[in-house]
Design a protein around this ligand. Structure first.
Ligand SMILES: NC(=O)c1ccc[n+]([C@@H]2O[C@H](COP(=O)([O-])OP(=O)(O)OC[C@H]3O[C@@H](n4cnc5c(N)ncnc54)[C@H](OP(=O)(O)O)[C@@H]3O)[C@@H](O)[C@H]2O)c1
Length: 246
């Protein structure tokens, strides 16, 4: 099998590449940082593509250049922290382009091929944030809600079409990666390793689990997000995000 993994130059995506490699999957690793992609290549001998997925034309080119993909790991993404009136508009638009638009384009194009072949796996990296309302990190939480809702809706359509194609959402809580420094935060909750998240993600993806929440405490957080009134969720997420700001 052949996998295309975005956000492969560090963190969760990097470790997902290693997990897939251990299972004998051929990998195309995508990121912007060439040196980190080369480091991965020297470890697992994967193909690498250095491209900025916040640009639509690069997403379309990636699809044209990389064909016969059996597994798409749509994982590239980042966050930002602060009051909506104070955060940088340009950075947020890039976040929307990366977390939403790139994920959307790649999911659509590769899913069409997978549907034709009646085979394939798509795993979209969402977050615990997908289940919550996130004041002080409003844009990031909203992008991840989009990822989860789109994934669930497509998953239902695939079932109705009776296709042998999997689509699922990976919803971790805090993971020790480059995410916090890019977002300008320090985690207020204990972060788990990206190796652990990647191991669980790949195993559950092959078991066709639709929503993958790696740890029990984060499952409780997701449940709270589903059942508590939005203003109560906001109270806790705001408090937790404020604490994170470095
Ligand atoms: N860490 C957490 O606590 C956590 C929790 C829940 C969900 N997530 C999600 O997990 C995913 C992976 O994040 P991570 O925690 O592993 O953080 P990370 O170590 O910072 O990795 C982010 C990856 O996304 C890539 N990326 C970012 N912008 C890109 C762009 N414009 N074009 C191409 N690639 C881009 C980065 O590559 P380059 O830097 O090489 O461009 C990097 O490989 C993200 O979607 C994040 O939202 C993270």
């Amino acid at each position: 099998m052949k996998a295309l993994v975005t956000g492969a130059s560090s963190g969760i995506g990097y470790d997902i590449c290693i997990e897939l490699y251990k299972r004998g999957v051929e990998i195309v690793a995508v990121g912007r940082n060439k040196q980190r992609l080369k480091d991965l290549q020297s470890k697992i001998g994967c193909e690498i593509v250095s491209t900025d997925l916040s640009k639509r034309e690069n997403c379309l080119k990636l699809y044209e250049d990389v064909k016969n993909v059996d597994i798409l790991i749509n994982n590239a993404g980042f966050g930002d922290v602060g009051f909506f009136t104070e955060t940088d508009l340009e950075k947020e638009l890039l976040m929307i382009d990366t977390n939403i638009t790139a994920m959307h384009i790649l999911a659509k194009l590769y899913l069409k091929d997978m549907t034709k072949n009646n085979f394939g796996y798509i795993l979209n990296t969402a977050s615990i944030a997908s289940f919550l309302t996130g004041p002080f990190m409003a844009t990031y939480y909203s992008t991840k809600a989009y990822v989860l809702k789109l994934t669930q809706a497509i998953g239902y359509e695939i079932k109705k079409q009776k296709k042998n194609v999997y689509i699922g959402a990976l919803c971790p809580g805090p993971v020790a990666t480059g995410f916090d420094s890019v977002a300008g935060v320090t985690f207020s909750l204990k972060a788990i390793s990206s190796e652990k998240v990647a191991h669980i993600a790949v195993k559950k993806m092959f078991n066709k689990k639709a929503t993958i929440i790696p740890t029990f405490s984060i499952k409780l957080g997701c449940l709270a997000g589903k059942i508590l009134p939005s203003r109560v969720v906001c109270f806790f997420t705001y408090k937790s995000q404020k604490k994170k700001k470095s």
